[in-house]
Design a protein around this ligand. Sequence first.
Ligand SMILES: [Zn+2]
Length: 109
Amino acid sequence: MPLRCLICESKAVLSKDAASTAVLLIGTIDSFLLGVRQAHIQHSEVDSGIKHESLLMQLLDLIGESVSSATSGYTAMTTFARDVQKYQFGHHNYLCLRCGAQFDQYTDT
Ligand SMILES: [Zn+2]
């Protein structure tokens, strides 16, 4: 049974854990893409000189630097996720995305 809001009965109910997961996922993707862009810029500057590396090696370097960028932002992302829990959910476990109600229990009827 899908969760329903106690006030408006909407199915657009988000759990505190799901919100944290979404924040961490979005933050990781954002950091990864930022790392791809920075690595691409660095490689473009290097490539203006001599090209000795194979494309596969360049791709692996790009992925490695992007993963490093994604993991380096983990502390900031967890802080952001904690703030979302604190300010959006308070001490409740569920948030209705339609009416903004916060609650712990839900009806399954
Ligand atoms: Zn609602």
